[in-house]
Design a protein around this ligand. Structure first.
Ligand SMILES: NC(=O)c1ccc[n+]([C@@H]2O[C@H](COP(=O)([O-])OP(=O)(O)OC[C@H]3O[C@@H](n4cnc5c(N)ncnc54)[C@H](OP(=O)(O)O)[C@@H]3O)[C@@H](O)[C@H]2O)c1
Length: 396
């Protein structure tokens, strides 16, 4: 596999190779090219590139006194500011933790870290230096629909407002030979990454509607790997929802396939399929609720953050070679800090309020509106994913 690695030239990776030559392997799985700097659809011309991150964060620092959250009257009759309240799922590591840190550091956000491992999340928050007053850890296991409902009940009971929800947590099982299942008997990747988040965001929508925060947002983290209009998205196994017969059957491996399209189990594909569902769900939320609620619905590709726990189930050789490969060969490496600042930007930047958008960043860290693949922007599929998912999580 390592030899295979060295046989690719940078030129090839930049898009001149036939994508089918990049057959997915244990080393060259999805994430090898999950790289925002190699996104062949990401031409600068598509976007306005409104803000570099540096500019945005400078702007925020200056804008302290004009921050938008204005809620309660001060004794002398003036309005006072309150912190934004944001839930981030999977904030115990990687992108979620870096985003929690970036937001908490501004002093303008209280982060609810929605995590399955309470102690790990507490330790992570401490080691990231997040001040106690800027975060709360709450238990959430997205691989259990009961846990999602319990989390929502606990959150409502806390009395906190909800201004922004970030659906970030994910599992990725590229080397799994056999499927594993959620507490509800649903294939784990789609069950966690898509269905857990689907139920969570549906149950919390009302809280967001009730928030008086000026810019309310629901952000669902996507990926380049689910987009077959990119080189990375063309590395087999490609994402493909097919006619969704497996999803309609409940992905239980008993009387239905464990794969959305009804095919044989493939852990890498299940992850990519779950990411298409994430991006389609965001668009269906936008179609159904943006006009009525004013909530901004958005997705993003955070870049190839080669060091995160997402790759924990990959073979050791992959985990060893992947970060230097991305850093020195493709030059597509994005640090956890950098990607966290990007996601924090999508949470809080006053210029990123457009709804129904899939954000990416360019080489110079400018955000731009990226184009989703045909399947990931197919509104009839978005509707179908929504309707089947409603049934699977018990909302219909
Ligand atoms: N890394 C990349 O290059 C890359 C590229 C494109 C997109 N993304 C996306 O970025 C997001 C974050 O991934 P990451 O790279 O930061 O990976 P990560 O470090 O592994 O973070 C994933 C988080 O999800 C949590 N999680 C997993 N299963 C869960 C469950 N059942 N309930 C609640 N939380 C659960 C993990 O909790 P534990 O800490 O308890 O394990 C962890 O906090 C994902 O949506 C991923 O698809 C990443």
């Amino acid at each position: 596999m390592a030899l295979q690695a060295t046989s690719f030239s940078v030129q090839n990776l930049a898009g001149k190779t036939n994508a089918t030559n990049l057959k997915d392997s244990t080393l060259f799985g999805v994430p090898l090219l999950d790289n925002r700097k190699l996104d062949i659809t990401s031409s600068v011309s598509k976007s306005k590139m409104e803000f570099t991150r540096t500019k945005v964060f400078k702007a925020q620092a200056v804008a302290t006194t004009s921050a938008p959250a204005v809620t309660r009257a001060a004794p002398e009759g003036k309005k006072t500011l309150r912190k934004g309240s944001v839930i981030i799922t999977g904030a115990s590591s990687g992108l979620g933790l870096a985003t929690a840190k970036a937001l908490a550091e501004t002093g303008k956000w209280h982060v609810i870290m929605a995590c399955r491992d309470f102690l790990k999340a507490e330790r992570a928050a401490k080691s990231a230096g997040i001040s106690k007053e800027n975060y709360t850890v709450m238990h959430l296991d997205l691989a259990s629909l009961d846990s999602v409902r319990q989390f929502v009940a606990n959150f409502k009971q806390s009395g906190r407002p909800l201004d922004v929800l970030v659906c970030n947590a994910a599992v990725y099982q590229p080397t799994a030979k056999e499927p594993t299942f959620t507490a509800d008997g649903i294939e784990l990747s789609v069950g966690t990454n898509h269905l857990g988040h689907f139920l969570l965001s549906r149950l919390l929508l009302d809280d967001m509607k009730q928030s008086d925060y000026p810019s309310k947002r629901l952000i669902i983290v996507g990926s380049i790997t689910g987009n077959t209009n990119t080189l990375a998205g063309n590395v087999p196994p490609k994402a493909n929802l097919g006619d969704m017969r497996g999803l309609a059957g409940g992905l239980n491996g008993l009387n239905s396939s464990t794969m959305i399209d009804g095919g044989d189990f493939d852990g890498a594909k299940a992850y990519k399929d779950s990411k298409i569902c994430n991006m389609l769900t965001m668009q269906e939320f936008h179609r159904r609720y943006h006009g009525e609620t004013g909530i901004t619905f958005a997705s993003l590709y955070p870049g190839c953050i080669a060091t995160t726990g997402l790759f924990r189930e990959h073979i050791p050789l992959f985990r060893m070679l992947f970060p230097p490969f991305q850093k020195f060969i493709t030059k597509g490496f994005v640090s956890e800090d950098e990607s966290g600042k990007g996601l924090a930007q999508v949470v809080s930047d006053p210029s990123l309020t457009k709804s129904g958008v899939y954000w990416s960043w360019n080489k110079d860290s400018s955000s731009f509106e990226n184009q989703l693949s045909e399947e990931a922007s197919d509104l009839s599929k978005a509707r179908k994913v929504w309707e089947i998912s409603e049934k699977l999580v018990g909302l219909a």
